[in-house]
Every structure is written in C-alpha cells, then in structure tokens.
Write a protein that binds this ligand. Sequence first.
Ligand code: SF4
Length: 301
Amino acid sequence: MTIRTISDELKEKYGRKVLKLSLSSGCTCPNRDGTLGWGGCSFCSEGGSGDFASSFAPLSEQIREAKKRVDHKFPADMPEEDRKYIAYFQSFTNTYGDPERLRKLYLEAVCRPEIAVLSVGTRPDCLGGDMVRMLSGLNRIKPVWVELGLQTVHEKTAERVGRGYPLAAFADAYQRLKEAGLTVVVHVILGLPGETEEDMLDTVRYLARLQPVLDGIKLQNLYVLSGTRLAAEFQEDPFPIMTMEEYTDLVVKCLKELPEGVVIHRMTGDAPKRLLIEPLWSADKKRVMNLLNAKIRHFTK
Ligand code: SF4
C-alpha cells in the first residue's frame, strides 16, 4: 500500500510547501436557506462546515487576513514572492449563488500570482452546466479542485442527517466534472449515526471504483458540535462514538481500499474546539496523526 498525501503532491509539483487560505465566497447553502431545508445537515455548524474561514469581505482583504493566520508555517526568511497558497473556499456551498459574481470572485483569486490552486467546496446538486463551464474555464488559468461533500453512499444515512440529495446526483456531477477536466476531491465522514464499519467501508469502496479514478479524498471522523441538530440528537439519545483506536484502525482499512493515485487530502479533521462535544480525543490532532502514521507505517512496511 502506497499512500500519497496532498503535501507530498504539492511539494513534488511546486517544490515547496503550499498553504491553504480559508476564504469566504459569501454563499449560503440550499440546505440552510429554505430551498431544501432550514437547519442544514444535522452535523453542520453555523460556520457551514468550515469554521476557520474569513467572514465575507473583499477578496484582497480576506487574503491579507488569511495569510496572517498561516504565514508562520513558512520559513521566516522565505521571500514573499516565493510563498504559494491555495485559495480555499470551503464553508457552505460555493457554487450556490449568482454565477457572474462567483466567476469574478474566483477569477480574481486565480489571477493573483501567489495563488497556485483554487479549491471550491460544494454540493453535487449545485453544479449546473454553467457552473461547471465556469470552473472549467478557470481551470485553464490555474488548477481548480472541486470538493464534493458526499459523506456517505447510503441513502438511509443521508436522509437521517438531512443531506438533501441522492447518490445519483453525486454520480452525475462527478462524471460532468471529470469530463470538464476538473480535479475532484470527495469528503467522507466516518462514524455517521446508524452506520456500521462495513457501511463506511462501502462508501470508500464505491469511491475506489469510480471511473475516471477519483483524484482525492478527505476522510474525517464525525464531530458532534454544539448548536447542531446532531448535538440535540446525541444528547437525547446518545449514539456510539468511535474511540481514537477504532477510528485510526478504520482509516487504515479505508486507505487499503483505495487505488494508487488517489491523493489523501485529509485523514482526520480540525473541529473548532470551542464547539466540540464529541469525540474529545479528536481535539488533539497531533496525537491522532502520530497514531495514524504509526499504523500506516506498519501496514506499508
Ligand atoms: S451541504 Fe454542507 S454547508 Fe450545506 S448544510 Fe450540509 S454540510 Fe452544511
């Protein structure tokens, strides 16, 4: 089993560390504004599943502020012109809005010399032909990654968490994005209520069989965050939460299902600590990553 992480990929391609700037496109989500639902997916926090993003402001201002949050990760003597970033629009549904406004915003991002990649998080049911064409046009200027929040292939779980679209919508959007030449990264949540380990592995197996082959995957454990519907559900009728041992074992099993070439963008999440109810072990990301890396080393020997 060979694991290729996104930092390996970026270092190889750009010869250096490339940092993410969490930015806001000012979009909401059809699952939050009443079009499909009001409360959002049951696990989604008020920040729209991206709690580190800037608040909406002119792009140059957001970029300036986001750089201040991450620049300490570059060597202190690295000249500014050598610093490269991913313009990362993660929170909410970043293709849900006026196409012309979004085109201008994303064009401004990709035209900036320090931006190496544009990453747009969205839902598969918000990717009409005009949006895919717009993203494909930007992809000719700089690489564009489209991040799809699938979470699970199981309709029963999707209904329980209120995701608001069927698997068929994902399959359709995936094909159209790949035909348009875009890089597709899929989010999966491990530990959704009611799912067994086999159910979670089935989601990863489905992604492993996709043609064309999936570009990247983000695996993360379910968080119960304060203020979400999931928190109310959990407090009323607690469902099992994986231990760190169980979670890290499961991630290794998921990695073993994936074909070579799928880039691993994430193996554990970064929940906002002030909102985190469970699992509390996930707040210590360094410890989780150390354990995961030890298990991965053991399996790749
Ligand atoms: S689709 Fe994304 S932004 Fe919308 S409610 Fe669900 S998790 Fe939140």
